[in-house]
Structures are given as C-alpha cells and as structure tokens.
Design a protein around this ligand. Structure first.
Ligand code: FES
Length: 176
C-alpha cells in the first residue's frame, strides 16, 4: 500500500469536490428562478388598474352632502394577505340617482383634502389648494382637479373604483 493507496484518498477527495461543484451549480440554477421572482415580485402587481371596493349604503348619504368614507378591503402583496385594511379614502356625494366620488389625496403633494371651511367644495391645508363642489381647482398649487373615482351602486351599496394617481402632474396618471 504504498504509493497507490496514498493517492486513492486524494482521488476520492477530488471526485467528491467535482460532485459537490456540479451539485452546487445545479442547486444554484434551481434557486435562481425563485430568487429572481422573490426580488422582482414586489415591483410587480398593483399597477393593473383600479379595484372596486364596497363602501356604504347609498341610503346613508344625504343628497348633495359630501361624506368621507374609508376604502377598506383585503390587501395582498407578493408575500402576505392583510384582511380588511384601509387602502385609502374618498369623498362621496349623492346627486339624484348617482354618487360622485373623489380621492381624498391632494393632486399636489398628497395631503388629505378636507371640506371647505364654508360652503361647498374642498380644501387642502398643506399649501392652500381649494376646489369647488365638483372637484375643480379654484386656487393653490394643485396642478389639476381632485381625482374623480368611478362609482356604481350594487344592491344599495356604493362601489368605488379605487386607484392612486401620480402627484404633481397636470394629467391624471394612474400609478400602481
Ligand atoms: S398637498 Fe395639497 S396643496 Fe400641496
């Protein structure tokens, strides 16, 4: 046992290294796809458009009187599902057979828009943008009117299509 037997353990080691290297490469390749999904998934989703959310009974709205309602729904991202979270809010106003809705997010820099101190309309306290009762900009730096949201009534409940829009732009551009 001599020379041969001394070389054998070394040869086995080399063989094991080679097997480990191949196995590692296969393992890395098989992890690469899920890892890429893991990294990319948060960047996806949410940009596919508005989402219809149940709000309040239409009977709870007074004619011509805006009411702020929370937009609550399950929220799912790539990893988790949160039940019934507040995704945003909207001003709803019943006008005869229809209900109008505007996002409460100010199109300027995103502060919450409230009711005007007096009369119809809305007001953003952050930089003094004001809007009339139809959401049109009256004064201040907001580059566009309030963002109107589509509505429909189903079984007496007001459904609102929730969507976020880019801030600070004259055009209403949906964002994810
Ligand atoms: S965020 Fe509303 S006016 Fe600036």
């Amino acid at each position: 046992m001599t020379h041969e037997s001394k070389r054998e353990p070394g040869g086995r080691r080399e063989a094991l290294k080679a097997i480990a290297a191949v196995g590692g490469a296969v393992g890395c390749a098989s992890l690469a796809v899920p890892a890429a999904r893991f990294v990319l998934a948060p960047a996806k989703g949410g940009a596919e458009g508005g989402r219809w959310i149940k709000t309040v009974p239409v009977a709870s709205l007074a004619e011509g009187e805006p009411k702020r309602v929370a937009l609550i729904a399950d929220h799912r991202d790539a990893w988790t599902l949160e039940k019934q979270v507040e995704l945003g809010a909207a001003w709803l106003e019943k006008r005869s057979d229809t209900v109008l809705a505007w996002s409460v997010v100010c199109p300027h820099l995103g502060c919450a828009v409230g009711r005007a101190a007096s009369g119809p309309g809305f007001y953003c306290p952050c930089h003094d943008s004001s809007f009339d009762g139809d959401g049109r900009r009256l004064t201040g730096p907001s580059p566009r009117p309030l963002d109107a949201l589509p509505t429909r009534i189903e079984g007496g409940i007001v459904m609102v299509e929730f969507q976020r829009f880019r801030q600070g732009t004259p055009e209403k551009e949906p964002v994810g």
